[in-house]
Design a binder for this molecule. Structure first.
Ligand SMILES: [Zn+2]
Length: 200
């Protein structure tokens, strides 16, 4: 079959389709007539939506990207946290408050926030793990500047090898990130009583 040649400026490259039907949201976005089109157009055009957690009928603003209301998300957060295994906190590493999104190195800071926010358990403390620097590959870094079958110069590759050797042996983390483990901790309050977040 002979291949057609149509320039973008020629007639026939496009036409106005006056027959297209479909769902359009209040904001004007077009969603077509696919199986999800009406539902998506309704969400796009709505200012509020109903919380999608089972059994909840709370109405929430349709702007934060949340499917669940604040109360349902908070309740689920507690359920998720309570299912985690636990380990004692080791003060050589930080611990993380899932409730407050805070990292602590210091027992006094934990005690202050526990007093302020309803006790040690309310902080929902988690153990942390270190995040170490990862090794670098010159081919990844210079990929867009190299020809398709190109290779980085040897001096550069050797320099990366030296750097990677240092990265491998570096014991200092870049940062810490929460582990899916509860951090169990005991603190003495001002009256000398021990408080702990251990539940069993
Ligand atoms: Zn809800």
């Amino acid at each position: 079959m002979e291949e057609q040649f149509i320039l973008n400026v020629n007639d026939g490259a496009t036409f106005i389709d006056k027959q297209v039907k479909g769902w359009r949201s209040r904001k004007g976005s077009f969603f077509g007539i696919g199986p999800d089109a009406e539902r998506l157009a309704r969400y796009d055009g709505a200012t509020h939506r109903q919380c999608e957690a089972p059994g909840c009928k709370n109405i929430i603003p349709n702007n934060g990207g949340w499917l669940w209301c604040y109360d349902c998300r908070s309740a689920q957060k507690i359920i998720d946290y309570n299912e985690l295994p636990d380990e004692p906190w080791n003060a050589d590493e930080p611990c993380y408050s899932f409730a407050l999104d805070e990292y602590y190195w210091d027992e006094d800071e934990i005690a202050d926030d526990a007093d302020e926010h309803g006790g040690l358990s309310a902080l929902m403390l988690q153990k942390c793990e270190p995040v170490f620097a990862t090794e670098l590959d010159p081919m990844d870094i210079y990929h867009s500047d190299l020809p398709d079958d190109g290779d980085a110069p040897n001096e550069i590759k050797e320099a990366f090898e030296e750097l990677n050797a240092k990265i491998r042996t570096c014991k200092t983390p870049l940062s810490w990130t929460p582990r899916r483990v509860k951090a169990i901790i005991e603190l003495e309050d001002e009256n000398g009583n021990l408080q702990s977040n251990k539940t069993s």
